[in-house]
Design a protein around this ligand. Structure first.
Ligand SMILES: [Zn+2]
Length: 400
């Protein structure tokens, strides 16, 4: 009796501590929006300096064509504002208190063992959902384990498609989600697409007869799981979880082998855009590369690669949708054209390696109001509008 009472109280205290932190994560951190980089002499270089040399966390890539959002912790706000003033930048405050947004998100987000798209789910739930989806629809779907992560989690790709209706080799699409840990909307979208294609497959009969779709729902499971933890600053984690006594993590989207180490990457371990010690130094990026190359050797007809990211609402479009769902506008143009390049990205490698004809980085909601902390209530709308774009592109590939 006594023992169980003590255990109960202990759990009660634990729940209270987790639910109502005394000082919340990232309290007082702000996101600033730099507005006039185009009119500042060497504006792009000056922003890049802030990112690469001063290790500020850029939520959007440095750009003179669109605004640039920069996350600043309370202790660095003075330093940041001085740099802005000294160099003639003007800026506004995009997010007043990142910690407050994180708390709001946490209060809204209900995670359970069952998959849904009203909440951001844990990796185990996603993993089980994908496996179960394939098991119960083995005529159109199969799951392959593509390797282990740094922390020994299993990475999985689901293939969805019907046997080809003609003799031609079906075009194949590959999609990676969640390569940046904090972009929670990305795995929510990849799993939404999987659910549509597998559990609602009668609606996509034509599509599944014409193309094969391979989806890697979470490319960075270690990082993703870390962002769900309670370590201070965890929610804003971007990289993988490569251990290091000084600064952990490699930006997996700077670790691919095309123009590795080029502009928009950093050799500094503590940078959010740290490229790693060599191209494909990380197990996660290597697993993706090996899987794609092996499938190509087996005769898979890779055509289009999608990398799902947030945020910027920039979709490098093959097909322009005249009536975007929900009126959400995606800017037409490539991410590297509108923003500055990020060498070593999965998207650039996909095309640059010559394996894929098309490569798309899809940056979804929002435009900065919540940044990476998009309320879970927006998942379904975001998924629906993005799904329409993906379907249109799949149709284009089928007809090409
Ligand atoms: Zn990203």
């Amino acid at each position: 009796m006594k023992t169980s009472t003590i255990v109960f109280s202990f759990l009660g205290i634990l729940a209270l501590t987790v639910g109502l932190p005394q000082t919340y994560e990232e309290q007082g951190s702000k996101v600033f929006r730099v507005l006039n980089a185009a009119s500042v002499e060497n504006g792009l270089e000056k922003l890049q300096h802030l990112q690469v040399n001063e290790n500020f966390d850029f939520w959007t890539k440095p750009s003179v064509k669109v605004a640039t959002d920069i996350f600043v912790q309370p202790e660095r706000i003075g330093e940041f504002e001085k740099y802005m003033k000294d160099n003639g930048f003007t800026y506004s405050v995009m997010i007043e208190d990142v910690g407050k947004l994180i708390l709001q998100e946490r209060a809204l987000n209900r995670q359970g063992p069952d998959m849904d798209w009203d909440n951001y789910q844990r990796y185990e739930t996603i993993f089980n959902f994908v496996g179960q989806s394939a098991l119960s629809h083995s005529d159109i779907a199969s799951v392959e384990e593509i390797g282990k992560t740094t922390e020994n989690r299993t990475m999985i790709v689901i293939k969805i498609g019907k046997p080809a209706s003609t003799n031609r080799t079906k075009p194949a699409i590959f999609m990676d989600g969640g390569i940046h840990a904090r972009e929670w909307i990305s795995p929510a979208l990849t799993t939404y697409f999987i659910n549509q294609l597998v559990n609602n497959y009668t609606s996509y009969d034509d599509m599944l007869s014409e193309v094969d779709i391979y989806i890697l729902p979470v490319a960075n499971p270690d990082g993703y799981e870390f962002t769900h933890g309670t370590t201070s600053g965890a929610r804003m984690w971007r990289k993988n979880r490569r251990p290091d006594p000084q600064c952990a993590g490699v930006d997996l989207n700077r670790n691919f082998g095309y123009e590795w180490g080029g502009p928009g990457t950093s050799p500094n371990k503590c940078s959010e855009i740290y490229k790693g010690t060599a191209a494909f130094s990380e197990p996660e990026s290597t697993n993706i590369k090996n899987f794609i190359e092996r499938k190509a050797a087996e005769g898979v007809n890779w055509r289009a690669y999608f990398a799902m990211h947030s945020y910027a609402q920039i979709l490098e479009m093959l097909v322009w949708l005249p009536n975007p769902v929900h009126g959400t506008r995606y800017e037409v143009g490539s991410v590297t054209e509108l923003l500055s390049p990020g060498a070593g990205g999965s998207d650039d490698w996909a095309k640059g390696s010559g394996i894929f004809k098309y490569s798309q980085t899809v940056e979804v909601r929002d435009t900065g109001e919540h940044g990476f902390i998009l309320p879970p209530t927006q998942i379904k709308d975001c998924a629906l509008e993005t799904w329409e774009a993906i379907r249109a592109i799949a149709k284009f590939l089928a007809e090409e």
